[in-house]
Design a protein around this ligand. Structure first.
Ligand code: 4UW
Length: 541
């Protein structure tokens, strides 16, 4: 895709260029200073209290890397699939695999077996790393993955009959092997995103992409990692490490800066509140639906939030209503809830509110990250627009992905010849280069910050006998932000109800993809001349 530059121009980052990006692999970068805080806690599970110091974590990551190559026989560049909740050991196996030169793809552990299988087959997974409660799912999927080697179970035992290694025995057996040299420009993680259209695709992010975003994030106007008295932040997140926000912006940033990250394996109000009480986190990383929970749940008190000095929100639009309710509960006027804007395809952050954001910039997602450029392209004419005119947001910087795995066409449709990532979000910027996300011009639906691909749900609906066409859109929801709703065309005379369609789909997908917005039979799906669904027309219905 090419862009004509007429009225407007490129918005450079007011934060200046990015510092030099070290020529290292992600693990070297994240643990570079770990000796300085070797005995301090790196990660703690709030439910069980299991905890690792930065020094222990560094050592175990290295041991895991050696075992993956030496004992498990994986070769550098092969793909490992993580089927894991947020637990401290995520770091041992994920960063271990990365240090071994392997490529890591992670999946939502609450996915259905079919959803997991599809991603792992697409990514070419040779080993699944999981926990005892998901081991059966992993060993059922394993035979359907080509050239599969073995499964690792964290907190489980060796089981030769099922080709399973317990992590503990791998780490204690003293497997030694030489770790490979790693080219930081090669792919290291493969999260999945449906981008602007179609099914979820593997997003190839290199060490360089991820480190760039961490260096950009460490700009003093962007990130604080120490409290007023100089102690390191305690960072609490319920956001999953299998999503790029949790993985790079939260987990890797916490490791790199010597902070203490508190994890819970699965969100529940009780566990979340208990973690607030026990660990008194200073930094909360959130999405709008989590802020809404904190603001409105009667068991969350202002007292619980008293230690909080910094709050982030991103991954979905933050409404003024939610923000105000949360600020009332927090009752700390000096703490600003800072929004960031990111995408899996940009490692993830490209815009964020600097610490000095004036209070008058209500609803902004901030300015381009250091070393990041942005511009706005007219949806109708393709020309580049000036301030206060809404159009598609394009961003460019060192954090932009290498491309989609095995999908040159989708890559070319998303990153143009000049390196601009076409985000599929509609935005505008003001005279001071503050950006505002106003709409989405891509198909993507976001439910509580989670991606839902309409194509995936439409394909499932089309599996039902007697259905000829389907389109899924997001409709507004006060709790989730949006929920999926299906418009369906059935063959005349067929005996099929709307609730049967809903039940069929809901039985095949994880919770947040369910057709909570309902199913509606219609005469025909509005499409343009090239067959593209006119989603706005459906929305207006
Ligand atoms: N406002 C409105 C926002 C916003 C938004 C994202 O699942 P993905 O691919 O990725 C993300 C990443 C979000 C993120 C990461 C790190 C970070 O620090 C931060 O801010 C604190 C946010 O969500 O979905 C990408 C899509 O999600 C929407 C938008 O449509 C984007 O294309 N989105 N952030 N602040 N919408």
């Amino acid at each position: 895709r090419s862009v004509r530059h007429l009225g407007g121009g490129i918005v450079k980052s007011p934060l200046g260029p990015v510092d030099e990006i070290p020529n290292e692999n992600l693990v070297e970068f994240c643990f570079k200073e770990s000796e300085n805080w070797s005995d301090e806690p790196a990660a703690t599970c709030a439910v069980t209290g299991r905890s690792y110091t930065h020094g222990m974590m560094r050592m175990l990551v290295n041991r895991c890397a050696q075992a993956l190559l030496g004992h498990c026989g994986l070769q550098p560049r092969e793909v490992v699939g993580l089927l894991l909740p947020n637990i401290p050991e995520f770091v041992i196996v994920c960063h271990g695999a990365i240090e071994a030169g392997l490529v890591v793809t992670f999946v939502n552990p609450l996915y259905t077996p079919d959803e997991i299988k599809r991603q792992f087959q697409s990514a070419g997974v040779k080993m699944i790393i999981t926990v005892p409660i998901l081991l059966e799912v992993a060993t059922t999927i394993a035979p359907e993955l080509q050239n599969y080697r073995s499964t690792i179970c964290i907190g489980g035992d060796d089981d030769i009959s099922k080709n399973v290694h317990g992590l503990q025995s791998l780490l204690t057996a003293g497997h030694e092997s030489e770790l490979p040299g790693i080219n930081p420009r090669e792919v290291t993680i493969l999260p999945y995103s449906s981008g602007t259209t179609g099914l979820p695709k593997g997003v190839m992010l290199s060490h360089f992409n991820l480190i760039s975003n961490l260096v950009q994030q460490s700009h003093p106007e962007v990130l604080k990692t120490r409290t007023e008295d100089g102690s390191k932040y305690t960072i609490f997140t319920a956001l999953p490490f299998f999503h790029i926000y949790g993985f790079n912006s939260i987990l890797n940033n916490s490791l790199r800066s010597g902070c203490h990250i508190i994890t819970i394996p699965r969100f529940s109000p009780e566990d979340y509140i208990k973690a607030l009480e026990t660990y008194k986190p200073t930094f909360l990383c959130t999405v709008p639906s989590l802020l809404l929970f904190l603001a409105t749940h009667p068991a969350v008190t202002t007292e619980h939030l008293a230690p909080v000095e910094d709050v982030w929100s991103g991954a979905a639009p933050l409404t003024e209503g939610i923000l105000q309710k949360f600020k009332e509960k927090l009752n700390k006027p000096h703490v600003v809830v800072r929004q960031g804007y990111g995408m899996t395809e940009s490692s993830p952050v490209s815009l964020c509110m600097p610490l000095s954001t004036p209070p008058t910039k209500v609803g902004t997602v901030g300015v381009p990250f250091p070393g990041t450029e942005a511009k706005i392209m007219s949806l109708s004419s393709g020309e580049v627009l000036g301030p206060n005119e809404p159009g598609e947001l394009l961003v460019r910087g060192p954090q932009i992905m290498m491309g989609y795995l095995n999908n040159e066409q989708a890559t070319a449709e998303t990153i143009d010849e000049e390196g601009w990532l076409h985000t599929g979000d509609v935005a505008l910027y003001d005279e001071d280069s503050y950006f505002y996300i106003v709409d989405r011009c891509k198909e993507l639906i976001k439910v509580k910050g989670n991606q839902v691909s309409p194509t995936e749900l439409e394909n499932l609906i089309l599996e039902i006998e007697g259905i000829v066409d389907a389109a899924v859109i997001g409709i507004p929801d006060p709790l989730a932000g949006e929920v999926p709703k299906a418009y369906v065309v059935r063959k005349p005379g067929i005996d099929l109800s709307e609730s049967e369609v809903q039940r069929f789909v809901n039985g095949k997908v994880t919770n947040y993809k369910k057709l909570v917005g309902g199913v509606k039979f219609i005469e025909s799906i509005p499409r343009n001349a090239s067959g593209k669904v006119l989603r706005n027309e459906l929305r207006q219905q």
